[in-house]
Design a protein around this ligand. Structure first.
Ligand SMILES: *Cc1c(COP(=O)(O)O)cnc(C)c1O
Ligand SMILES: [Zn+2]
Length: 426
């Protein structure tokens, strides 16, 4: 440990950012501590930083008496104590659906879908953006920005509009039209870039160096942003009646969501809010962008970057920042990372809708597809309680299912025409 000025690291010192129970930042590689601040890379080894906390004693009632949004978990997040009264999109508290039909079809004992399409901009990204915005405001940033595969752009543009601040979002130019329109409507600065997400991300890193008061949520305020995904884990445990699931399948793009759901489970167990029983984390990727799945299969500790080509554009990150940490978590908990093809993704999107009445986006198809694959290969136990994440809304990825679903033909408005069209037995 390097000696540090305690006046600076004490989160209660005058002038220190007021980020709830967050006490500092620490390096995920070498463990060196850094004061809370607008930092994301370790001063010693350039490794990624993570928020550390001094948690108070906390009861289930302290949480359940809070607002019906992620802010009920504010004491476990790096946000100001009065966050619930500030102008935010109030994401979270989405439904945990008891997926009995799907479980029966898959031969599973118990399956739930955590349906994050119910968020304000219809994906789980509203969670991470709300936490990033709260921290960024407290840290003195003036503009909310991001490189995005689509859903993050929606969430940043909306959150900035609600807070009344400027936004700058950047996406690859080949994005789904639905995601372009649902971002543009919020009216912030919106740039489409000729290149892959990884090109956009590199550009964002360069711009972050030039614009000191721009908070790129997933770049220079990433330690705070990533904490928002813990709330998925908190909600699942609370909605299961303060229990942890035995198995959970999570889509992997950068990998932060999977890593932080696991961290959320650990924190609840550490605080005594749930019984500490073992759980297994499973990661889901599209074959057309499966660098983490490849590394898992080959037993590597590092992730070799790939050039993405898949219908699951929200997961198309070829060089995932949290890839190695996903490998750590999945191996430590006894899970698996696997991938499915574009046709399996579309087939699973349709199965989710047909069997359970949930229209998820391509990432939801990836997650269900991987669940089916792992049951078939014997790597996931259908007899154990399982949760899968539907992280986004099918309305934003209509092109993926358009060629596969049958649309009705028009008939004359007569009973005869209805019978002729063969609908009487429907
Ligand atoms: C961004 C995204 C993910 C993956 O999140 P990471 O934390 O980058 O792994 C999953 N699903 C959807 C719909 C997303 O937009
Ligand atoms: Zn370090």
């Amino acid at each position: 440990m390097v000696p540090i000025d305690t006046a600076q690291t004490d989160p209660r010192a005058p002038g220190a950012p007021r980020l709830g129970n967050a006490s500092g930042l620490s390096c995920r590689e070498c463990g060196v501590a850094t004061p809370l601040g607008p930092f994301y890379a370790c001063p010693e080894c350039f490794g990624p930083l993570e928020v550390s906390y001094d948690f108070p004693r906390l009861s289930r009632a302290d949480i359940t008496s809070g607002p019906n949004s992620i802010w009920r978990y504010a004491p476990l997040l790096p946000v100001p104590a009065d966050i619930a009264s500030r102008p935010t999109t109030q994401p979270g508290y989405t439904k945990l659906i008891d997926a009995g039909n799907l479980a029966a079809e898959l031969g599973m004992r118990k399956l739930w879908i955590k349906d994050d399409s119910g968020n304000p901009t219809h994906s789980f990204k509203d969670r991470v953006v709300a936490v990033a915005l709260a921290a960024a405001t407290e840290l003195g940033f003036k503009v909310l920005a991001c490189p995005s595969t689509g859903n993050l752009a929606n969430a940043v543009a909306a959150a900035a509009a609600r807070a009344g601040i400027r936004s700058v979002v950047m996406v690859p130019s080949d994005l789904e039209e639905q995601k372009i329109l649902t971002t543009a409507v919020y009216g912030g600065a919106f740039v489409t870039v000729e290149g892959s997400y990884d090109d956009v991300n590199r550009l964002a890193s360069e711009l972050a160096g030039e614009h000191e008061d721009w908070a790129f949520v997933n770049v220079n305020v990433r330690p705070y942003y990533a904490e928002g995904s813990k709330t998925l884990g908190f909600e699942i445990a609370e909605q299961l009646g303060w229990r942890l699931p035995e198995q959970i399948v999570v889509p992997v793009a950068s990998g932060a969501q999977l890593v932080k759901i696991d961290k959320g489970f650990s924190e609840l167990a550490g605080l005594g809010l749930v019984e500490s029983v073992p759980w297994k984390m499973f990661g889901a990727q599209a074959t057309g962008c499966s660098p983490v799945s490849e590394a898992f299969a080959k037993g590597w500790d590092v992730v070799r970057p790939v050039k993405p080509s898949t219908v699951a554009k929200s997961l198309a990150i070829g060089n995932p920042a949290d890839g190695p940490y996903v490998l750590d978590v999945v191996r430590r908990t006894g899970g698996v990372v696997a991938d499915v093809s574009d046709s399996e993704i579309v087939d699973s999107m349709r199965m989710l809708a047909r069997a359970q009445g949930v229209f998820g986006e391509t990432a939801g198809g990836v997650t269900l597809g991987v669940l089916r694959k792992l049951i078939a290969s014997g790597q996931l136990d259908p007899g154990k309680e399982t949760v899968i994440i539907n992280s986004g809304d099918g309305l934003k990825t209509l092109d993926a299912v358009a060629p596969a679903v049958r649309v009705p033909v028009a008939i004359k408005p007569t009973v005869d025409a209805f019978q002729e069209a063969g609908f009487d037995g429907a």
